[in-house]
Design a binder for this molecule. Sequence first.
Ligand code: G1P
Length: 294
Amino acid sequence: MIDLAVIPVAGRGTRLLPLTKSQPKEMLPVAGKPVVQYVVEELIRSGVHRMLFVTGAGKTAIENHFDIDNELIDNLRATGKEDLLAELAFERKDADYFYLRQRRQLGLGHAVLCAEPFVRGQRFVVALGDSIIGRGSESKIVQRMINLFEKNGDVKGVIAFEEVPHDEVFQYGIAQPGKNSTDFFELDDIVEKPSPEEAPSQLAVAARYVFSAEIFEYLRTTTPGKGGEIQLTDAIRRMIHDKKRFLGVHLSPSELRYDIGNFESYFTAFTEFALADPVYGASVKQHLKKLLER
Ligand code: G1P
């Protein structure tokens, strides 16, 4: 059973300044919830109940968000605002939260490596804390990935991929897909942020991974790559070159990835989620329509 997720949230979010000067990008609101709450809800929906956040400077708001806030609960009761208690229901979801700190910003691969003493020999999920999969995080991609992992005993990792435009491949880990089956493909190679000329495909790593603990052996000896950072992709690549089997899974058409790492995709995600809000969506839509007709 795989029920542990490592959620790297240490990145400074410099592409979203000044928004992220004093608050974590993972706490930015997307309609009615902060990004990281969608990520956790998605994981719980996929049967993952232990969340290990790899945090860094300025990220304590994430810890506060997932705490049970009895003072606030008492206050809502005492002031006759019981109806608002429903908004805090996520605090009671069946999940445990753990935090460890990446003391130096050495890259995503290093952030995952920091989790090794906690993960020990277990298989585990990595879910990037700044990406929501599926509107309202209504996705079970991680469950599909876990099932595949469990069905294929020799596999060392399963990675989610989405098709991206050719001129955007330089922002992602890109797959060289091998043999295709109905619900997955063999991963023959992977390269971090290639130029469009070098890219082996347009299939980009989509922020969700499942690993065997063997990844740590490779992360320990992975030297800095793109951007001078220790890249998770480089460790995966070395494993593949050592004939370790990795599988790729496609996001389904309803599982769009919302990247809260830059303004354009953040604004798009916020608008889309606001329009889908069950209470306010209809009036936001009316307002937008009027604006667009002007
Ligand atoms: C990271 C990974 C990259 C992946 C991307 C989105 O890049 O290094 O391989 O495609 O997340 O999942 P970042 O966006 O942190 O630069």
